[in-house]
Design a protein around this ligand. Structure first.
Ligand code: NDP
Ligand code: 1BO
Length: 323
């Protein structure tokens, strides 16, 4: 259920309540590939000038130092740390029980924070340190889900993270996790946009009270899907007098997910969060829910598939043959 809250700048912003009782702001700033030539990382302006209160990052993105400095500058400029929601992620090379806490501590140091609001398992695959892309034989190792989750739970108990969750899970993996969790995953972060709705996972999460954050809401970058110029998105944008980016962000929120569009341009950063004072009418919302050619952008092939030596010999293997 969405709750209406206000930023310190007086902007009306929704958030969603998590199983833990904490709130996650509906729109956050993504930071994958967000190295910026600007002296000040865009995260600073996003917080101070645009009113973002939710920042999504990860050890693997290699930007935690810059992001942490920007967050700290924003706090020094008067933004209450407690009003911010900072997410980071445990990378695949650290997906063994003994590496969970040191990895979190490294992220905290890089971010100059003493706790995270949310810590996520980035992908449910254990990679050898320095694994090749695509992986060589032996690069993909067994993932001890129970051992890793117990360590994630200890981080909550020790107040180092407020919530824990997962990314890139399948129904099969979620069901296994729910069978062993003592602290439930609060959030499941998945690729979701009109070109890849992933209704099955959304429904399974809703059924279990797990909040979903939609990543790559604009269709991602570089070799992603160009949803900004999709005719159905453009038509809705023209009708509403909004930008295609705003329509895509709003669509995610209207599905009940929070979302984390990435941009390093302040005009787009500001545009992407101006989505709370209007709605997509039902007819257009449904048209966006019928965009054809459903396909993942991030299928994990380059990270986890080794066609000859496995253990994941195809993209279908990565996603437990559920797509
Ligand atoms: P997005 O879907 O957010 O798209 C980002 C791209 O869209 C960039 O090229 C950006 O360019 C451009 N863009 C941003 N705003 C607009 C706009 N209003 N109009 C037109 N173009 C725009 O892609 P991401 O894949 O980065 O996903 C968002 C975030 O989700 C990531 O940054 C990361 O934090 C998270 N994520 C998590 C994953 C996981 O495994 N858990 C996987 C992938 C992403 P520019 O910067 O030049 O403005
Ligand atoms: C390789 C990391 C994918 C974006 O989260």
């Amino acid at each position: 259920m969405a709750q209406v809250t206000f930023t310190t700048h007086g902007e009306r912003m929704q958030s969603f309540k998590l199983l833990s009782g904490h709130a996650i702001p509906a729109v956050g700033l993504g930071t994958w590939k967000s190295t910026s030539p600007q002296a000040q990382h865009p995260v600073y302006s996003a917080i101070v000038e645009a009113g973002y209160r939710h920042v999504d990052t990860a050890a693997e993105y290699g930007v935690q130092e810059e992001v942490g400095l920007a967050i700290n500058r924003a706090v020094h400029a008067g933004v209450d740390r407690k009003s911010l929601f900072v997410t980071s992620k445990l990378w695949c090379a650290d997906l063994s029980p003994e590496r969970v806490r040191p990895a979190l501590e490294k992220s905290l140091r890089e971010l100059h924070l003493d706790y995270l609001d949310l810590y996520l398992i980035h992908w449910p695959f254990h990679l050898k340190e320095g694994a090749s892309k695509p992986p060589k034989q032996g690069d993909v190792m067994e993932f001890n889900m129970e051992g890793v989750w117990r360590e994630m739970e200890k981080l909550v108990k020790d107040n180092l993270v407020r919530d824990i969750g997962v990314c890139n899970f399948t129904l099969k993996k979620l069901s296994k996790l729910l069978g062993l969790a003592q602290i439930m995953p609060s959030v499941c972060q998945m690729e979701m946009h009109p070109g890849w709705r992933n209704d099955k996972m959304l429904e399974a999460c809703k059924k279990n009270g797990i909040h979903v954050t939609a990543y790559s809401p604009l269709g991602s970058q570089d070799h992603g899907r160009d949803l900004i110029h999709d005719p159905i998105v453009e038509k809705a944008a023209r009708k509403l007098n909004k930008s295609p980016g705003q329509v895509l962000v709003r669509w995610a929120i209207q599905r009940g997910t929070s979302t984390i569009p990435k941009s390093t341009h302040l005009d787009r950063i500001k545009e992407n969060i101006r989505v709370f004072e209007w709605e997509i009418p039902e007819e257009d919302f449904q048209a966006l829910c019928r965009v054809p050619d459903q396909k993942r952008v991030l299928d994990g092939e380059n990270l986890f598939v080794n066609e000859t030596d496995g253990p994941y010999k195809s993209v279908a293997d990565v996603w437990d043959h559920e797509d």
